[in-house]
Design a protein around this ligand. Structure first.
Ligand SMILES: Cc1ncc(COP(=O)(O)O)c(C=O)c1O
Length: 434
């Protein structure tokens, strides 16, 4: 699952003690394991190998340039959603033909850049967006490709309301009925060639079943469109495969593949996958230090030097992240399970709310969590934080964002320096008349 493990009560990332990294780079600190990143990419590639898919790592989940370069070296393409992500992808050296570009609000300059770069395909979310891309391609004298994003109206009941996207009433894509009309109106345009179908039904999706329902609906649509003479070359299945936030909760890649591959075998379609979290989540942890301990009524708070500004998932999605001290001599860390929230403190354990310094009650990383007795200065590791961690970090309350470190065996590299107070005010220097 990942390369973060306890040896004699000390947390290691690959072969480097987590505390050594925090001693050198301070906290809060994002730590990534190269081995884990690559392992997850390789496993998904192997599971779906029969379809020879184009894997486009979804860079929104974790977009540090050095991690993107690792993915490119592995053969990955990239799923992007903005001009900024295009810039990152190009800087990482990805072949632009292996870029797919989704997002409901692409601006003209973003579209122009995408076309000029020669990206593989725009994942198209609305009629107006299609018309705009087609017109811009014509103006530039270029041809580009479009995949229509279709909402198959399936949802995984376990997916948080804020991350389910495949239902009829979302801002993403169009429903199946509208997809037919979409092709009738635009399916023979020349400047933006509509020749693929895109799905992304939400994330994390904890079983293969919603994908199966979505693909079956999409295949019916594709068969109909083909019988009407439209060319459909590719199907993009999006991302959303669950990560192991809790040990053993998410299906193995092989389980998703066993259900999905037979549906797409010999269908004469190029298959595109857009995994994000399933590659990055388990490959990263966030190290933090306990600043203060405090009681409030019946609760005990461990106040740490990170919070919702650096890892917003608990506040935004009620997400579970396993937390354990970097050093807990004589204690075996429990299985990573949300059930811990309900556990009564056992031998040597106390119940804490782990909270950050932000002036919001919602700045809670874990509630009622059984942990070894904590003291000021102890360090905690927040696990499965590689995806939608640093990528969603902000400077709220004017806290600089954490540094990022990549561990490869026994070597560690600072791949993003810690922000400084001057970084916070830099863009506000030198005001000029407008
Ligand atoms: C279009 C699209 N593709 C892929 C992904 C990646 O999802 P995940 O990181 O859950 O695999 C997302 C996530 O929001 C998305 O919107």
């Amino acid at each position: 699952m990942d390369a973060f493990e306890y040896r004699n009560g000390r947390l290691y990332c690959e072969d480097v003690p987590a505390d050594d990294l925090a001693d050198r780079a301070g906290t809060p600190l994002y730590v990534y394991s190269r081995r884990t990143f690559e392992l997850h990419y390789d496993r998904i590639a192997a599971a779906f190998a029969e379809l020879d898919p184009l894997i486009c790592y979804s860079i929104k989940c974790c977009a540090n340039l050095h991690l993107l370069k690792l993915m490119v070296a592995r053969g990955s393409g990239m799923d992007i959603v903005s001009g900024g992500e295009l810039h990152r992808a190009m800087a990482a050296g990805v072949d632009p033909a292996r870029i797919v570009y989704a997002g409901v609000g692409k601006t003209d300059p973003e579209i122009e850049r995408g076309i000029a770069a020669g990206i593989g395909c725009f994942n198209i979310e609305s009629e107006q967006e299609f018309e705009n891309i087609d017109a811009i391609a014509a103006r530039l004298g270029r041809t580009t490709h479009g995949a229509l994003r279709v909402n198959p109206d399936v949802a995984d009941p376990h997916t948080h309301a804020k991350t389910t996207t495949g239902a009829k009433e979302t801002k993403f894509g169009v429903d199946i009925e509208r997809a037919r009309r979409f092709f009738h109106t635009y399916g023979r345009n020349e400047n933006c060639r509509l020749d693929a179908i895109h799905l992304h039904i939400g994330s994390p999706i904890y079983s293969a079943e919603p994908y199966v329902r979505a693909i079956n609906k999409a295949m019916t649509l594709i068969d109909e469109l083909r019988s009407e003479g439209y060319t459909i070359d590719a199907i993009d299945l999006g991302g959303g495969y669950a990560a192991d936030y809790e040990t053993g909760r998410s299906p193995a890649y092989e389980a998703y593949a066993a259900a999905i591959v037979p549906l797409l075998r010999r269908r004469n379609l190029r298959v595109i996958l857009e995994p994000g979290r399933t590659i990055a989540a388990n490959a990263g942890i966030l190290l933090t230090q306990v600043q203060y301990l405090k009681t409030g009524g019946s609760r005990t708070f461990a106040i740490v030097d990170t919070g919702m500004h650096h890892l917003i998932r608990p506040a935004m999605y009620d997400a579970f992240h396993f937390i354990w001290p970097t050093r807990a001599p004589g204690m075996v860390p429990p299985r990573r399970s949300a059930q811990m929230e309900l556990q009564l403190p056992g031998a040597g354990l106390q119940t804490y709310d782990v909270v950050g310094p932000i002036c919001e009650t919602g700045d809670t990383l874990a509630k009622g969590r059984a942990l070894p007795k904590l003291s000021r200065g102890d360090r905690l590791a927040i696990f499965t934080a590689g995806a939608y961690g640093m990528a969603m970090a902000s400077n709220y309350n004017a806290f600089p964002r954490p540094a990022e470190v990549l561990v490869d065996g026994d070597r560690a590299t600072l791949i993003r320096r810690r922000e400084t107070y001057d970084d916070l005010i830099g863009p506000e220097m030198n005001p000029s008349p407008l």
